[in-house]
Design a protein around this ligand. Structure first.
Ligand code: CDP
Ligand code: CDP
Length: 213
């Protein structure tokens, strides 16, 4: 049986950084499920279609090839926005659900466990995960982190604009009918507003080690 760690939380809360470090620490496989939605959203944009067009989004979700995701292209503001638009569509979510569940149950490379991060891992994708974490931080701190990243990759977007994008995306992700972003009842809350990456990692390891013993 694969040991599954489910990590959810809003944009730039630090869940990806944490998930990657945990996967390395425990020798588990890692799946960034947000990259799947970003890739679908970006594919719709590349095809010249509107990310709010369900027919186009569903076609892109069905055609998604995880091995051919362009990491640089999916990290833009526009791809994040498109991701959250296609993510409200139940058929799009259904089209990529089995892939995520299979990754958790049978981690590639025969690893003994998997860490998945996203918005609905603990609630919908892996409701029976061994450990669930809900990572969060204040909108201002998250927007600042994301703005630093975008600036570093050459974007001229203002911090105020990133804060507005962040709030809008949070509201869409938490307010949608299909798999809304939500802390699972049995998830541990990790607020990283005033936590370094190192401190958040230490806290997560403590929680996971306890559940393994
Ligand atoms: O990196 P960041 O936290 O900004 O976002 P992400 O994890 O890459 O996810 C991008 C968008 O995909 C989110 O705003 C959600 O709308 C959607 N998403 C989702 O609906 N369910 C998931 N399991 C993961 C992402
Ligand atoms: O995956 P998610 O969108 O939740 O966030 P991330 O990509 O892990 O983190 C967003 C940015 O915040 C990265 O540049 C991290 O280095 C930074 N970060 C931080 O400064 N302090 C933390 N406790 C966690 C992340």
């Amino acid at each position: 049986m694969s040991f599954v760690v489910a990590i959810d939380g809003p944009a730039a809360s630090g869940k990806g950084t944490l998930a990657r470090r945990l996967a390395r620490h425990y020798g588990f496989a890692y799946l960034d499920t947000g990259s799947l939605y970003r890739a679908v959203g970006q594919a719709v944009r590349d095809a010249g279609s509107d990310p709010a067009d369900e027919t186009a989004a569903l076609a892109a979700a069905r055609a998604l090839d995880i091995n051919r995701i362009n990491e640089k292209a999916i990290r833009t503001r526009e791809a994040g926005e498109a991701a959250s638009l296609v993510a409200v569509m139940a058929p799009v979510r259904a089209a990529i659900l089995d892939f995520q569940r299979d990754f958790a149950a049978n981690p590639p490379g025969g690893q003994k466990g998997a860490v998945l991060d996203g918005r609905d891992i603990g609630t919908v994708v892996c409701p029976d995960a061994n450990v669930k974490l809900f990572v969060t931080a204040s909108p201002e701190v998250r927007a600042h982190r994301r703005w630093l990243e975008l600036k570093g990759s050459g974007s001229a977007v203002s911090e105020a604009q990133v804060l507005e994008d962040t709030r809008e995306r949070d509201a869409r992700d938490a307010g949608r009918a299909a798999s809304p972003m939500k802390q699972a009842a049995d998830a541990h809350l990790l607020d990283t507003t005033n936590l370094s990456i190192e401190a958040a990692f230490g806290e997560a390891v403590r929680i996971i080690d306890k559940s393994m013993s």
